[in-house]
Design a binder for this molecule. Structure first.
Ligand code: CTP
Ligand code: MG
Length: 383
């Protein structure tokens, strides 16, 4: 039997809030429209498809074909109309006259499966129509004209989707009659039931997932809708070891014969971390925010400066996803102080995703020769 598909994609997708027609929206590397066409091509249920597009979207479709590959099932592209019904009608007119059944499908339903397509076409062949539907899960209330609320028996209700498949000549006829009668409908099944009465509803596994992408939330739920804003940053610092100074690392005073020299408490690890955080948001570096020419910062705890940096980030809407800090020191052994260092940083950053580690350089370089201590930090921030 000769089966065709009419895929309507000529809407504007206004409720999605996207800057382009929602059918071109891409998630996990493939657009909504291509996913629909893929499902029809893979099902091997139809001999060809008519794609209904608005004139404005032709360039976007050509670009999509270049990027994702043109679907060989699409034999004809026709222009859409002002309403969905007009678009379907234009599509039906382009289906070859020898078609026996036709599956009409919203391009905004990318979760359609081969099983769904088949069950609707089989019913269309046997009964003249086959419309995919699901039981209604919510309890539905009806408001009577006098304002009284009543409950509708849920068992008698079905929610219908697309594909909606029909005997081609019957649905074509129904559309022509509806044009003449000026009948306003929201789907093709309404036309069929209006003119022929005996609409056939079918269901299939996966129908409950065959939802139409309509609102902003629908697209956000896809994950790819808005790529989360993520930023990485890295920081590095080194200070000289000097007698008569305390050794402060990640806010912990570590017993040692010397400490790090600097204008503040010279907490080299926190300095590297602050530079990573500022770097991630394009905020310059600690020298710009806390110049060592400013007496206000003389001897100050770097943990206090870290609080300032965090306040700045929070104000811009950033939160820390994770940080990793490496302290490079030949001596002293830092292992026993690391849990407290980690805790100090986790408290300041308000995340548990904090790692602090230490390494020696096997006596090589300025750290290895105990001239100084350096630290490196990387961070990931999210909005
Ligand atoms: N559609 C169409 N021609 C129209 C209107 C809608 O081909 N004049 C198509 C849409 O592209 C979509 C399907 O019909 O695949 C279902 O319509 P809907 O979800 O309402 O999509 P849009 O009209 O694009 O969205 P909105 O109503 O939010 O603007
Ligand atoms: Mg619409």
């Amino acid at each position: 039997m000769n089966a065709w598909a009419v895929i309507v994609a000529a809407g504007r997708g206004e409720r999605s809030g996207l800057s382009q027609n929602k059918v071109f929206f891409e998630y996990d590397g493939r657009s909504v429209l291509s996913r629909c066409l893929d499902a029809f091509a893979a099902s091997a249920q139809v001999g060809g498809a008519v794609l209904v597009l608005s004139e404005n979207d032709r360039p976007a479709y050509e670009e999509l074909c270049r990027r994702e590959g043109a679907c060989p099932l699409v034999r004809t592209i026709v222009s859409g109309g002002a309403t969905r019904r007009d678009s379907v009608y234009n599509g039906l007119c382009a289906v070859p006259a020898d078609a026996e059944v036709v599956a009409i499908h919203d391009a905004a339903r990318p979760f359609v499966t081969g099983a769904i397509i088949k069950v609707t076409l089989d019913a269309a062949r046997q009964y003249g129509s086959g419309v995919i539907s699901t039981p209604v899960i919510d309890t539905i209330k009806q408001i009577q004209p006098d304002g009284k609320v009543t409950t509708v028996d849920r068992e008698t209700l079905r929610a219908v989707q697309t594909p909606q498949s029909f005997d081609y000549h019957k649905i074509m006829n129904a559309h022509r009659m509806a044009q003449a009668d000026g009948l306003a409908v929201t789907d093709d099944a309404m036309l069929y039931e209006y003119y022929y009465g005996n609409l056939r509803l079918v269901t299939a596994e996966g129908a409950e997932r065959n939802r139409k992408l309509t609102t902003k939330a629908d697209f956000e739920a896809l994950g790819g809708a808005k790529f989360p804003e993520l930023r990485v940053g890295q920081g590095y610092d080194a200070h000289r070891l000097k007698e008569g100074r305390k050794l402060i690392l990640c806010g912990v005073e570590v017993p040692h014969d010397r400490g790090l020299d600097g204008h503040s408490d010279a907490d080299v690890a926190v300095h590297a971390l602050m530079d990573a955080l500022l770097g991630a948001v394009g905020g310059g570096d600690i020298g710009k925010h806390f110049p060592d020419s400013d007496p206000a910062y003389k001897g100050i705890s770097s943990m206090k400066l870290l609080d300032h940096v965090m306040a700045l980030l929070c104000k811009q809407g950033w939160r820390v996803v994770n940080v990793d800090v490496t302290i490079v020191a030949q001596k002293p052994k830092l292992a026993q102080y690391i849990p407290q260092m980690r805790k100090n940083i986790a408290d300041a950053l308000q995340t548990e995703a904090v790692n602090v580690k230490a390494t020696t350089t096997e006596h090589m370089g300025f750290e290895g020769e105990e001239i100084g201590i350096s630290a490196q930090a990387v961070c990931l921030l999210g909005k």
